[in-house]
Ligand binder design. Structure first.
Ligand SMILES: [Fe+2]
Length: 189
């Protein structure tokens, strides 16, 4: 190989190696996690109406519908943060939320019209909430670290909504299980 061509090839190799080794910063991790939760929220937007349709308890249906409206606002907050970063709002497939929602879908199928359906839906919804609470808590802390107080405030607003939803679901658990016991009692009578 001619000397000049060899030099060029070596230069290219070094550039590729450098690009591969580019330090991954907290800001990169923040953006990646933002894409992950953006995907998750959009997935939840599609899942919640199905869960509301399947649920028996009126209170559970109301809780799912209320959270659907909140989720629409949460998606908008995330879009505001993408804008602050000067990045397009784009999701990145998140296997964690796909797994949790697949489990929920399985419950809906296996327990269709069964007395225990609501208890299963409630458990699936709480698994979603706990995942989101973990993600939003992390993102809020990282936004503070990165000197983005406006993003941190938006993430905290969503975190408060997720925690309130989780609390409502915990309170509903008793009444849902009581309703289930009544239905089982009636079915056995
Ligand atoms: Fe959410």
């Amino acid at each position: 190989m001619a000397k000049r061509a060899k030099k060029r090839a070596n230069k290219r190799k070094t550039a590729t190696r450098r690009a591969r080794q580019a330090p991954k910063l907290l800001s990169d991790l923040f953006l990646e996690t933002l894409k992950d939760i953006y995907f998750a929220e959009n997935k939840i937007l599609k899942t919640l109406p199905k869960m509301a349709k399947a649920a028996h308890s009126k209170d559970l249906v109301a809780a799912f519908n209320k959270h659907l409206r909140e989720t629409q606002g949460q998606v908008r907050r995330l879009e505001q943060i993408f804008k602050m970063l000067g990045k397009p709002a784009r999701g990145k497939p998140c296997e964690a939320i796909n797994g949790i929602t697949d489990e929920g879908a399985e419950i809906m199928k296996d327990f269709k019209n069964a007395p225990a359906l609501d208890a299963g839906l409630l458990a699936a919804a709480q698994a979603v909430e706990h995942y989101e609470i973990s993600r939003y808590g992390t993102l809020r802390t990282w936004a503070e670290e990165l000197g983005m107080p406006d993003a941190a405030r938006l993430l905290q607003e969503t975190l408060d909504e997720e925690e309130a939803t989780d609390h409502t679901l915990t309170e509903l658990a008793t009444s849902v299980i009581n309703l289930e016991a009544e239905e089982e009692y009636r079915a056995a009578a």
